[in-house]
Design a protein around this ligand. Structure first.
Ligand code: ZN
Length: 601
């Protein structure tokens, strides 16, 4: 093997969870937080010189980077070995630093919010602050909503054993999930949630998928009350916090966080909703290829293997080469970056027990690097995931030289670079198809993403809305949550499936993330936004790379609507942009329907 399938963490902090360097950095961080706190307290924004403001921002920068550096490293330890108890303790120590930072941040935000408008405009025009004005104005806006310092401090201290604790409690329950399975040699084994999920959705044998799906559903339903408690308290804690701040619209926070207007999100979903019938037809056709009348939940992502075709696989090394080669066609810089990530072992890809499920990319601003986590087992899908995570890492890499404040892009645009990278690889894979059967197979792999964005993610959005509305009135029972989930799935899939996934809400990590609610619509936004960029790139040719990078660099310095207007000259509150992206998907669907016609007679 040419490239390592385990990531290098030692070059960040040597020694894993016992790292002395990590401990040292954490102690240093404490001191920097204290210094920052004192400086902010002393600061008189109306009368002090701009230099004082800049000094505070510089220290904020150092702390922000330190936090990310340590946090990413500890997170990496936790996900690559769920049994690393020492890492859990270190994580506990690390989390304790949040309240102190948040307290200082509260004071800072409040001071910003107290500056009068005239003085603010004047400050934001100074050369030192002008480039940061968008982000600083957001902090000032949020500052106006804050309670007293003492109250904010109480809330953030209670968060640790409240909101954050419920989220990590979820991880603990998931780690205890075991799915019984009889393997190819007839041996009884137990699969972790992550292993079972991959097999259930990806195995070529329909009976294996059906069998696992049944056991999967059972595993989550066996612990349904614990999951219901966790979800109720996590979101209950969040709702209470919002209420204490005088906020009664639970969508306010996710919309502001994603720098989106509600109008935009509505325009996106309603355009999607109007285009769903062809997607349902696609799913039905796919079910027919499996010899069924209608699509069953666990078959949605299953591979279509027709005739005597062999499903294409890529070893990790082959995946690396394929990605580097195809990135090159759109952006040599992106390609060079991916090559560096492989060369320097930034990716944890090994398929082994004891790892968390899923994939992510995490940034290390102090060393200006990223790390990617996933489980790679040679499928075309995983090549796409790998490209996806590299897209995230590339996005970070083009921003490392900017102030941290301007690197703080939201999830919706975070998913843009990743989806864009994924699209490049999906199209390249499709173009390399040698037979009709292989083309059908690969077209379907590509479609899975679109279908997830339009149907599954939409179901999550509908569900989360329903859940929050109910939770505002009181606790929601496990049964009610489960039926909300099924209702949401039926609505999102136009009632077009034969079976649904009632305990999806328990199995899906995204509902249990503590930092931001509604971890769903930004995905669909990012997907369609990147489709728009992809169409633009195909039209544009040679100048595209620089334009793309300048778009990425602007992702944390303006609203999403402004970003689209500036770089793509489109209005996100109107259906046209969304329709154009959806039309690209519909074209693929048409091709699929034509190619598969003869197989369902
Ligand atoms: Zn992503």
């Amino acid at each position: 093997m040419k490239y390592a399938i385990n990531w290098d963490l030692d070059s960040i902090f040597p020694g894993g969870s016992n790292s002395q360097e990590l401990q040292n950095r954490m102690v240093e961080l404490d001191n920097q937080i204290k210094e920052y706190h004192d400086k902010v307290i002393d600061w008189k924004p109306e009368s002090d010189s701009v230099d004082k403001f800049v000094e505070i921002l510089d220290l904020q920068e150092v702390i922000s980077k330190g936090f990310s550096q340590c946090g990413s490293f500890i997170g990496a330890l936790l996900s690559s070995d769920i049994n690393d108890d020492k890492a859990k303790l270190v994580y506990g120590d690390f989390s304790k630093k949040y309240p102190a930072v948040q307290l200082a941040q509260t004071i800072f935000s409040k001071k910003l919010s107290e500056i009068d408008d005239e003085k603010w405009t004047e400050l934001m025009l100074t050369p030192e602050l002008k480039d940061l004005s968008f982000r600083l104005s957001e902090i000032r806006r949020d500052g106006k909503e804050l309670l007293s310092e003492a109250e904010e401090n109480i809330i953030s201290t209670l968060n640790l054993d409240g909101l954050n604790a419920w989220s990590s409690h979820y991880d603990t329950i998931v780690a205890s999930i075991e799915i019984p399975y009889v393997d190819e040699e007839g041996k009884e084994v137990s699969l972790s949630a992550g292993q079972a999920f991959n097999k259930m959705m990806g195995d070529a044998d329909a009976s294996v998928r059906a069998d696992l799906f049944e056991k999967w559903e059972k595993a989550w339903s066996d612990k349904v009350d614990v999951f219901a408690d966790t979800l109720n308290h996590l979101d209950g804690f969040r709702l209470s916090t919002q209420k204490l701040h005088g906020v009664d619209d639970y969508l306010k926070q996710p919309l502001e966080y994603n720098r989106l207007k509600e109008e935009t999100v509505d325009a996106m979903w309603s355009t999607i909703q109007a285009n769903k019938q062809p997607i349902v037809d696609y799913l039905t056709r796919k079910a027919q290829l499996f010899g069924k009348d209608k699509m069953e939940w666990q078959d949605q992502d299953a591979p279509i293997v027709l005739g005597d075709m062999e499903e294409r696989t890529y070893t990790f090394d082959q995946a690396a080469e394929f990605i580097v080669e195809n990135f090159e066609k759109f952006s040599p810089k992106m390609s060079k970056f991916a090559q560096e990530a492989f060369d320097k072992s930034w990716i944890e890809a090994e398929d082994r027990p004891g790892k968390r499920p899923g994939g992510y990319c995490t940034g290390l601003p102090e060393t200006q690097e990223s790390r990617i986590f996933m489980t790679y087992s040679n499928s075309v899908n995983e090549v796409a995931t790998l490209a996806h995570e590299l897209g995230h890492a590339f996005h970070s890499s083009v921003m490392w030289d900017m102030p941290s404040l301007n690197q703080d892009y939201a999830m919706n645009v975070a998913e843009t670079a990743s989806t864009f990278a994924e699209l490049i690889v999906a199209d390249a894979t499709l173009k390399s198809a040698k037979t009709k059967e292989e083309k059908i197979n690969l077209l379907d792999v590509k479609m899975q993403n679109a279908i997830a964005m339009f149907m599954n993610i939409h179901a999550r959005y509908i569900f989360e809305n329903a859940f929050y509305q109910a939770r505002q009135k009181g606790l929601v029972s496990a049964d009610e949550i489960t039926s909300m989930m099924v209702e949401a799935q039926k609505e999102a899939y136009l009632d077009g499936l034969a079976t649904y996934h009632p305990h999806f809400w328990a199995a899906k990590l995204h509902f249990f993330i503590d930092d931001v609610p509604f971890y769903n619509f930004p995905y669909t936004f990012g997907y369609l936004f990147s489709m728009g960029i992809y169409a633009y790139a195909n039209k544009k040719g040679s100048n595209f790379e620089d334009e793309y990078i300048s778009l990425l660099r602007d992702t944390a310095s303006m609203t999403s609507e402004e970003l689209a207007e500036k770089h793509l000259q489109v209005d996100l509150t109107k259906p046209d942009f969304w329709q154009a992206g959806i039309d690209m998907v519909l074209a693929d669907i048409n091709e699929f329907m034509e190619l598969t016609e003869e197989y369902v007679k």
